[in-house]
Ligand binder design. Sequence first.
Ligand SMILES: [Zn+2]
Length: 93
Amino acid sequence: MRGPRPARLNNAKTGGLKITLGEMRSTGVRDLIVFCQDYRCGHNVKLSAAQVDKWPDEIRLSQTEPRFACKACGQRGAILRGGSEATMMAVSQ
Ligand SMILES: [Zn+2]
């Protein structure tokens, strides 16, 4: 891991990175947004509930983050957040 990690996004729905998909679902959140690891890029993509539903409950969000690569800048790794509001990116830095 290199460089400063972005400050935790202001997302009261899902809290920190350690929660599992099952825990997230228990709060009523079924969508995920995948943010580029590089905050200067800021690219993000929404995963619909239909896509997220294919993943088992015991998977942690932090486990899946390294599997993504940014389509805009090529940065490997991502930041996952529950919810469907991409505008939350605006508060991260
Ligand atoms: Zn990017």
